[in-house]
Design a protein around this ligand. Structure first.
Ligand code: 3H9
Length: 699
């Protein structure tokens, strides 16, 4: 039974259960069940108060997000009806909160008179991060308990509140380190004679609200979350009026409108996609990941340092192995400096920082890879170097140790063939800086075993990365698509745009950083090597010389102080470079192109549809299993705005027929190859379907 009740010493106890996280799911009958048990208990003459509790590690993760796209008009109904029922109850109500009370879960607790919580409980109304606002009374009841200014701050930031802060603010009424349910029952017993204290009946302290709203509006905002923040402001401000139900109706109206808005759709797609990537099609879900505790990282360069930091930050042991003692010393110094900086900035405690430093060890002896569950190679990106390393690993590593390569472009099958255990070999492509970036491309070789794959996906979770499985190809999912995106950026420069316009258009659209600034940050020299290779391998594709001209000057980007822009000093803003602009104009002239005015719209469409088109080819080749895998790569590794949902989701929202038609128009320019519409897009368009259908079909 998802909801049950009993009577303990004249106190009613309702317990709901919807594992693992207890969302208030109407499909599972949670709100209806709680209301029914409330009816039954209220009808019992001896019952003096009621405790509402849940089973499991968390009180509730909120309303059931998986229901939001089914019938938007009905989303609010059941949970709002339950809270109205709580309001109407004649008996005092106490919520017993363990773990977290989030979103709609917290709103149900706010429908009770009091909240007794475990000492380590946490509270949040995180709806804004989904492009929403609390839509079951949270914007009205929370401010009445903690004040309008504080309530708005918490809602607008989706902030997580500790139990201690909740107690201090009046959101929690008692904390316990002991038996929560027993404490909540005792608390209910102590107030049985007092009658009800409904949060809706409390006066609203709105002192300073106008100033707080002005300050909130003045803060830099993620453009995708701005509509939700504005709605939160409007809803909390509506609470200043005399009629609670009218304010509540305003909140419901704002929530219902946001629910079907584009940013909210994209943000909840992102939420689902980032979790769905862990369910790898064809991989037996019963196959459990072998635990990883000790990891050896081969190579003490930038990637090796970042990877080893990510490992120790997640509480595992990392041993960095490099033949050069001076590289190890540099790695040790850099890693310790990063950890201590995190400590000084209050990101980790003193004890955690000490534990991270202690979990790092260094060796220049390859024989020290013995005793490790996983070895991650992060040496120079050159097949002959990889060959040497993997032959050594094969000779020295314990049987069963997983051997991973951090290669970003090389053939993982070829690397696996250097060993006698290709089933234990896999690609783990980290993104720089590896201790910060969420994405981990998990490259499945032709012979990688299902067990190896399951274990490294578990490892990705352990180190708090979003692991996405990719097949073997040059560039895997992300970098292969990035090349097509960059190709358009370069061609746009030849045809009439300038760097600041290309970057500006993409950034205004929502990309964290424009393509040319990204290359300046990453270092132009890396791209240069790949492009030289491509010019030979792919003679049919349009090739712009502009980045080569810049590289020939030695302008590799931020690290050399110059790239597409001029950078004066560390962290300085990019300045327009007249010499670069002159070079671009000269190149257009050399090509015989009459430069033209290019709209921001064209820049955005060309860069994005190039991504979508290559993404479709990647799907056709089975390099990515589902469109959602591609979208997750782009949102977590390339600064694609979550409120746009990734290049495949976005193309669906525009409509594939429209996307294909625009590609056809672009093909009329002088760069035909790039706009040969991928057969998958043509097929889906003919079938009247979108990429979403492929995600659905894989469930
Ligand atoms: C809301 O409440 C609106 C109301 O104000 C108004 C209504 C009218 N619903 O993340 P995990 C699933 S909006 C459905 O891997 P963790 C999740 O998809 C909601 N499912 O665990 C996954 O399923 P699967 C406000 C949910 O420990 C499984 O549970 N609430 C929900 O890493 C495990 O999740 C939020 O925004 C849900 N609400 O992280 C909180 N939550 O295994 C959203 C989770 O099939 N949730 N699932 O892929 C979270 O932020 C994280 O899940 C949480 C746990 C921090 C709770």
């Amino acid at each position: 039974m998802p909801v049950s009740s009993q009577i303990v010493n004249d106190i009613g106890l309702i317990v709901f259960s919807n594992p693992p996280l207890n969302p208030i799911s109407a499909t599972a009958g949670i709100p209806q069940g709680i209301a029914a048990e409330l009816d039954a208990l209220e009808a019992q003459p001896g019952v003096k108060a009621i405790v509402l509790a849940s089973d499991g590690k968390m009180f509730s993760a909120g309303a059931d997000i998986s229901e939001f796209d089914r019938n938007a008009a009905e989303v609010g109904g059941p949970i709002r009806a339950l809270i109205a029922r709580l309001d109407a109850c004649r008996l005092p109500l106490v919520a017993a909160i363990q773990g977290s009370a989030l979103g709609g879960g917290l709103e149900v607790a706010l429908g009770c008179d009091y909240r007794v919580a475990a000492k380590d409980a946490r509270f949040a109304l995180p709806e804004v991060s989904l492009g929403l606002i609390p839509g079951a009374g949270g914007t009205q009841r929370l401010p009445r308990l903690v004040g309008a200014v504080r309530g708005l701050e918490w809602i607008a930031a989706g902030r997580t509140i500790s139990a201690a802060e909740a107690l201090e603010a009046g959101l929690a009424d008692a904390l316990t380190g002991g038996d929560l349910r027993a404490e909540a029952l005792a608390f209910a017993e102590s107030l049985a004679a007092k009658g009800r204290r409904r949060p809706r009946d409390l006066p609203l302290n709105d002192e300073g609200l106008e100033e707080a709203i002005a300050a909130l509006r003045a803060r830099p905002q993620n453009p995708g979350l701005r509509p939700a923040v504005e709605a939160a402001i409007a809803a909390v401000a509506a609470g200043q009026g005399p009629d609670f139900d009218q304010a509540l109706a305003e909140e419901y109206r704002l929530f219902d409108a946001l629910l079907v808005s584009e940013p909210a759709r994209a943000l909840r797609y992102a939420f689902g996609a980032e979790r769905a990537v862990a369910r790898v099609p064809g991989l037996d879900p019963a196959l459990s990941a072998a635990p990883i505790a000790r990891v050896a990282v081969i190579g003490a360069g930038t990637m090796g340092i970042g990877i080893s930091l990510a490992i120790v930050q997640a509480g595992l042991q990392a041993r960095v192995i490099d033949l050069k003692p001076e590289a190890l010393e540099r790695a040790r110094a850099q890693s310790e400096a990063t950890i201590l900086r995190n400590r000084d900035r209050g990101r980790v405690s003193e004890a955690a920082a000490a534990a991270q430093i202690a979990a790092l060890s260094y060796s220049s002896d390859f024989a020290d890879i013995k005793g490790h569950d996983l070895v991650i190679e992060a040496v120079f990106e050159e097949m002959s170097v990889k060959e040497q390393v993997f032959k050594t690993l094969d000779r020295l590593a314990d049987p069963g140790t997983i051997l991973a390569s951090n290669t970003s472009t090389l053939d993982v099958d070829q690397i696996a063939a250097f060993t006698a255990r290709p089933e234990d070999v896999v690609g783990l492509h980290f993104f720089s800086p590896a201790n910060l970036m969420k994405l981990l491309e998990v490259v499945r070789g032709a012979k990688t075993s299902a067990q190896t794959l399951a274990t490294v996906m578990g490892f990705a979770r352990q180190i708090r990365k979003v692991g996405v499985v990719a097949g073997v190809c040059d560039g895997f999912i992300g970098n292969r698509m990035f090349e097509e995106y960059l190709r358009q950026a370069y061609l746009l420069l030849e045809e009439g745009a300038l760097p600041a316009q290309v970057d500006g258009a993409m950034e205004r659209w929502g990309m964290a950083m424009g393509p040319l600034r990204t290359m300046d940050l990453a270092g132009q020299d890396i791209g240069w090597n790949i492009r030289k290779r491509r010019a030979i391998e792919q003679p049919d594709r349009p090739y712009s010389r502009i980045p080569d001209l810049i590289c020939e000057k030695g302008w590799f980007g931020q690290k050399t102080g110059r790239g597409y822009y001029i950078y004066e000093g560390a962290g300085a803003k990019p300045q327009t470079d007249p010499e670069v602009e002159a070079m671009i104009l000269a190149e257009s002239a050399r090509l015989g192109l009459t430069r033209r005015e290019i709209s921001d719209e064209e820049i955005v469409e060309r860069c994005l549809y190039a991504l979508t088109n290559e993404g479709a080819r990647i799907l056709e080749e089975g390099i990515a299993a589902r469109p959602l895998d591609i979208d997750t790569v782009w949102m977590n590794g390339y600064g694609f705005p979550r409120f746009r949902g990734g290049p495949m989701f976005y193309a669906d929202r525009v409509g594939l027929p429209q996307v294909a038609a625009r590609m056809g128009q672009f093909a009329e320019g002088h760069h035909g190859w790039a706009w040969e519409v991928a057969p998958l897009i043509l097929r889906l368009t003919a079938e009247g379907r979108g990429f979403a259908a492929l995600n659905e079909a894989s469930k």
